[in-house]
Design a protein around this ligand. Sequence first.
Ligand SMILES: Cc1cc2nc3c(=O)[nH]c(=O)nc-3n(C[C@H](O)[C@H](O)[C@H](O)COP(=O)(O)OP(=O)(O)OC[C@H]3O[C@@H](n4cnc5c(N)ncnc54)[C@H](O)[C@@H]3O)c2cc1C
Length: 410
Amino acid sequence: MEQIIIIGGGASGLVAAIYAKRKNNQVIILEKNNKCGKKLLLTGNGRCNFWNQDQSLENYNSTNKNNLRDIITEKNQKEILSFFDKIGIVPKVKDGYYYPNSNQASSISNALLLQVESLGIKIKYNSEVEKIDRLDNKFIITTLTDEIISCDKVVLATGSKACPKTGSDGKGYELAKNFNHTIIDVVPSLVQLRGNGSYFKLWNGVRCDAKISLFENNCKIKEEYGELQLTDYGISGIPTFNISGLVARGINNNKKEIVKIDFLPFINKNEQEFITYCDNKSKFILNLKIYQFLEGMLNYKLVETILKVAKIDKQKRWQDLTISEKKRLYYNLKSFEFLITGTNSFDKAQVCSGGVSLLEINPKTMESKLIKNLYIVGELLDVDGICGGYNLSFAWISGMLAGKEISKND
Ligand SMILES: Cc1cc2nc3c(=O)[nH]c(=O)nc-3n(C[C@H](O)[C@H](O)[C@H](O)COP(=O)(O)OP(=O)(O)OC[C@H]3O[C@@H](n4cnc5c(N)ncnc54)[C@H](O)[C@@H]3O)c2cc1C
């Protein structure tokens, strides 16, 4: 009877195990924690944004993005959605974002674990894989507790090194490297950005809708819009997360990363038009000081910050500002410049950018092109997505492809 070992009982590993199981094979999941799917339970703030309707490749990052085309196919998308339907998940879809209707990530992990159990897949908890050797046509797996298990096929589903408290601490990269796989530099992604502005204390805690533009070595490379969170170390929130992988990679390559923030994206005016707009507005509110004038548009803490950075006396009225002060104000409201010094660490990151090179993986089966019968799935690979359910989408599909192939060969 063929023995299949899945290393890691997270999103991709559980799906791989379910698809791999057939009557005449034995599938065992080795999970280092005392339960499976710890990270899954944290997803989507506990609600699990498990899929996104818009699966276009712009939502994904990879050094070899073309190879993703054969993984995120329409057929695979349909199949995985039908899988969730079959295991009993009723989705709630909001603007294309899929959540379980229960609003509980545990619905997803419980449904997967029930399948695992009903198919007779064994889970060995507290089994951290330390080493995998190849001997003849077999794999010999050694755990941290010195248990030795021999098997015919292995699925590496250990995740990345983001949020290591959930179990994914980067060990998978080492295991893959020992089989001569190339690891594309791993950096934190979907993570907060840091700077060293003296004004951070002033804006700490503000949330506002803004447009942010990322400039790398003075060239604009990305624009995002959404709710920005201003913190005592820099910026956070979904638009920040969505540019963070690019920033981390750029900083790794010694590039200068600057974010320009438009705090008034709904006011689509150039400098002169904006000044005229404020001139007209101020006629009705002649006696307002500039900070009071601006508080009609923005959070008061942000107003304090912007006036301080623009070096404008908050007690002045709009009509008393010099033309150069008006220009400085426009610039800081519409194009506030923020030099990024780094990202928060892997501890705070939701995912990693980088990982095992897709060039060394058969995209139809997720089998390693270097080692027969070794499969690599999920976030361990050099694929990551923006916020919106893409990282789980990739984990499910890659796990499914590996599992299907394994059961086919059985
Ligand atoms: C706070 C947070 C929120 C998120 N929200 C979303 C969201 O809403 N939507 C979305 O699409 N994505 C989200 N993500 C990302 C998503 O959770 C991951 O991309 C996904 O879980 C990756 O699946 P995986 O199977 O590759 O790895 P994981 O889910 O991390 O699973 C890896 C498993 O392998 C085990 N393991 C590791 N090393 C070993 C070893 N040596 N031996 C044995 N076992 C091992 C780990 O304990 C773990 O159980 C979020 C991530 C975080 C941290």
